[in-house]
Design a protein around this ligand. Structure first.
Ligand code: CA
Length: 232
């Protein structure tokens, strides 16, 4: 068994953060709480969490700014808690680097399912014996040990979920997947998820790895079916 995974909760509502912390601890995680964005960033540097739950409404800063700042520093997966459904598009669409979101009020067991799914996926990427840890395809190099991607030799910064989606498609090159299959494989909860998430992530990945995101040659859309990683 691995050492316990550390989850950092950045949330100023004490009732919520306390319940979350206790629930995560009860389910085998370590958990720390920060009540402001600034504290969150400091505690992140101190404890090096494996996962971050970030509330959008914080007293000192907008959660989106905190999200951006976390992403500027590292690729720890970030799950956003947002109060309004209307934030969803904003969170997913504008590239702050969040990996997932839940709308308040949320179910503790669903939140736990998502975190568990993330680590299952993470562990399986890291222990797949039948695939090499370095994938080289066209001008792209994917290092799954370091969670690092380079395009033409320059490193591109991907969030954990962006990395996992790209790695998944690239390790099954030329195989077509539906959005539902990708949602299930990468997020692990097709039943709850919104397939639009996949569309957004593909778009972000294209912007990062394609020469021209509007004319993708690697991440191809297969109309009416889904997506594939194209490679001869
Ligand atoms: Ca709050």
């Amino acid at each position: 068994m691995n050492p316990k995974r550390k989850v950092l909760i950045i949330e100023d509502e004490h009732d919520i953060s306390r319940i979350l912390r206790d629930y995560l601890i009860k389910n085998g995680y370590e958990a720390a709480v920060a009540a402001t964005g600034e504290d969150g960033l400091q505690i992140m540097e101190l404890i090096q969490p494996d996962y971050i739950i970030l509330d959008m409404m914080l007293p000192d800063q907008d959660g989106i700014d905190v999200c951006r700042e976390i992403r500027r520093r590292n690729n720890i997966p970030i799950l956003i808690l947002s109060a309004r459904g209307s934030d969803t598009d904003k969170v997913l669409g504008l590239g702050f680097g969040a990996d997932d979101y839940m709308t308040k009020p949320f179910s503790l067991s669903e939140l736990l399912a998502r975190i568990n799914a993330h680590f299952r996926r993470y562990d399986s990427v890291n222990t797949e014996r039948d695939s090499p840890h370095l994938l080289r395809l066209s001008n792209l190099e994917i290092d799954k040990k370091a969670y690092k991607v380079t395009v033409n030799g320059s490193e591109v910064s991907l969030s954990a979920k962006e990395f996992e989606l790209l790695h998944y498609l690239a390790s099954h090159k030329n195989q077509v997947f539906s959005k539902a299959q990708l949602l299930d494989a990468i997020w692990g909860y097709a039943a709850y998820g919104d397939e639009n998430t996949v569309t957004v992530y593909i778009r972000r990945l294209r912007e990062k790895i394609e020469q021209d995101a509007s004319k993708p040659v690697l991440l191809k859309t297969v109309w009416g079916v889904g997506y594939k990683f194209n490679h001869n």
